[in-house]
Design a protein around this ligand. Structure first.
Ligand code: HEC
Ligand code: HEC
Ligand code: HEC
Ligand code: HEC
Length: 403
């Protein structure tokens, strides 16, 4: 499994949104094509020796399966920074050389940790039983039969047990959504809504013949967020939804809220809103998009990745933090600050704005020396909270909002 992943080769490409505000453009919208690529680095750089992700790996440090969840890229940088002294100590104890990263490597690694939170925990046998109840409760059984029991308004679903992936199921259901909706209206069946892990459990139930799955199905279908971004335009989602301020206003903006839920929770959201969307599509004369192949998977992983990017940070707060968190003791910046560490003014270059991965890489690679100097001078390792790295970055590069 790992070997196979080691062989996956791909490239990170920069997909800049053409008309987004400058502050966001500077935040770098770099979407990975295969977020699992960082898995290789996770192994090569020795992280796997101490950390597990989805059950594979060591247990010296915490399992990282959910650590990227609900955290933007700079929040993850902050987390790694905060844990650095203890990690470094463990590395020294275990004789593990301190790994250093190029910016590309850091980008892959952070995307990988973030993406680990995309996958559902595999359903258990108890979850499958819930799925059986859901099949009746959500009204599916009124129209579909399974193993000879159920209605005949829609096709028999017995043969569908080949498809264990909730995303493929969601795609099928979405594609047939209009017809299903019409039938539901005539039969007076309310549009079923899915909360939490219900979609996952339902699919686990229908997948009964092959239970338990021989492989971790959702993990093998990661989706391509960069491709999802392209489809978002092609499928006309952008005519109704805006992303970082660009796009239509018929539907809600998809960057006001964070969508870093698991894959089946996300498709549940799309499904729940489908009737509302279909209605507006009819009104706007937009053909209901159909999905094939891995398209649904790509779109959903794109939505997921929107939570990876930071909203503009506050340069004013960043300036305050630069002093409070003691960076200024050692670093000079635009005429202020100390000389023990390198001057950071070079990062204010507007043509090549400082990006989260740059600061992540710089801070990680230099951490051992910084720690040594701090220790020698009796300076406590500064802890960075929630949005500190984002605000510090806004200050260091001299951009971002000034409030
Ligand atoms: C020698 C063991 C070891 C190695 C190797 C190691 N770590 Fe850690 N890591 C730890 C320990 C121990 C902690 C918890 C530290 C703490 O509680 O402050 C930790 C914490 C973390 C956290 C914070 C988790 C949280 O609770 O939010 C992240 C993220 C992390 N490590 C990432 C990495 C990455 C990426 C690598 C590879 C470059 C790596 N670690 C290599 C031991 C290790
Ligand atoms: C009111 C009846 C009705 C209900 C309730 C209903 N469906 Fe359907 N379903 C249909 C019809 C009719 C089709 C065929 C639509 C078409 O041909 O486009 C269909 C198609 C499907 C398909 C595609 C099957 C294929 O062979 O291509 C799937 C999967 C599906 N439904 C799953 C579900 C699930 C899961 C539920 C419960 C959450 C559900 N349906 C609830 C009527 C219903
Ligand atoms: C014709 C306009 C239109 C198009 C095209 C459209 N949507 Fe929507 N979308 C809406 C509307 C309106 C809502 C709110 C519906 C509701 O509340 O029930 C919505 C809701 C959503 C939501 C849930 C938002 C929330 O409240 O959290 C998501 C996610 C979403 N759409 C994604 C997409 C994607 C992906 C596409 C392209 C495949 C798409 N939409 C295409 C109009 C549209
Ligand atoms: C005790 C002194 C000290 C403190 C406090 C300190 N640093 Fe550093 N920093 C250094 C030194 C020394 C280096 C160079 C390390 C090396 O070359 O490996 C460095 C390197 C860096 C670099 C990489 C610079 C380059 O040239 O690429 C960045 C970015 C950085 N620090 C940011 C910060 C931030 C942000 C803070 C506050 C949260 C901070 N540092 C606090 C001493 C410090």
């Amino acid at each position: 499994m790992l070997k196979r992943k080691l062989l996956i080769v791909g490239l990170f490409i920069l997909l800049a949104f053409p008309t987004i505000p400058r502050s966001i453009l500077a935040q770098e919208i770099t979407l990975p094509e295969n977020p699992l690529m960082g898995r290789m680095l996770f192994y090569q750089k020795g992280c796997l020796g101490c950390h597990s992700v989805r059950g594979e790996g060591g247990n010296v440090g915490p399992d990282l399966s959910n650590k990227g969840h609900n955290r933007s890229v700079t929040q993850m940088v902050g987390t790694m920074w905060n844990h650095f002294p203890k990690m470094y100590q463990k590395m020294s104890q275990e004789g593990i050389p301190f790994p250093r990263f190029t910016t590309e490597e850091m980008a892959e690694l952070l995307a990988y940790i973030y993406f680990a939170g995309y996958f559902d925990k595999p359903a258990t046998t108890a979850d499958r039983l819930k799925g059986m109840t859901l099949f009746s409760e959500k009204g599916c059984k009124k129209c579909h039969s399974l193993d000879g029991a159920g209605g005949d308004v829609g096709p028999d679903l017995t043969a569908w047990d080949r498809f264990a992936s909730p995303v493929l199921w969601a795609q099928l259901m979405w594609n047939h959504g209009s017809t299903m909706r019409d039938k539901m209206i005539t039969k007076n069946i309310p549009w079923p809504k899915f909360e939490g892990n219900e979609m996952r459990d339902l699919v686990a139930y229908i997948y009964r013949a092959n239970w338990p799955p021989k492989q971790d199905v959702s993990y093998s279908l990661p989706g391509n967020p960069a491709e999802g971004k392209r489809l978002f335009n092609e499928k006309k989602c952008v005519q109704c939804h805006s992303i970082f301020g660009t796009g239509g206003k018929i539907g809600p903006s998809l960057t006001d809220k964070r969508y870093d839920r698991t894959v089946t929770q996300l498709i549940g959201i799309m499904w729940n809103h489908a009737p509302g969307m279909f209605e507006k599509m009819e009104l706007a004369g937009i053909q209901r998009p159909q999905f094939s192949g891995g398209e649904m998977s790509d779109i959903v992983s794109f939505l997921f990745f929107l939570g990876y990017f930071d909203r503009p940070g506050s340069a004013d707060n960043g300036r305050r933090l630069f002093f409070v968190k003691k960076c200024a003791l050692c670093h000079g910046l635009r005429g202020e600050g100390g000389k023990l560490g390198p001057n950071l003014t070079k990062y204010s270059n507007i043509e090549q704005p400082l990006q989260p991965v740059h600061i992540a890489q710089a801070m990680w690679n230099h951490a051992p020396l910084m720690a040594e100097i701090m220790k020698a001078r009796n300076i406590a390792w500064p802890r960075l909270e929630e949005n500190d790295v984002n605000d510090l970055m806004a200050f260091i590069r001299g951009t971002g909002s000034n409030n």
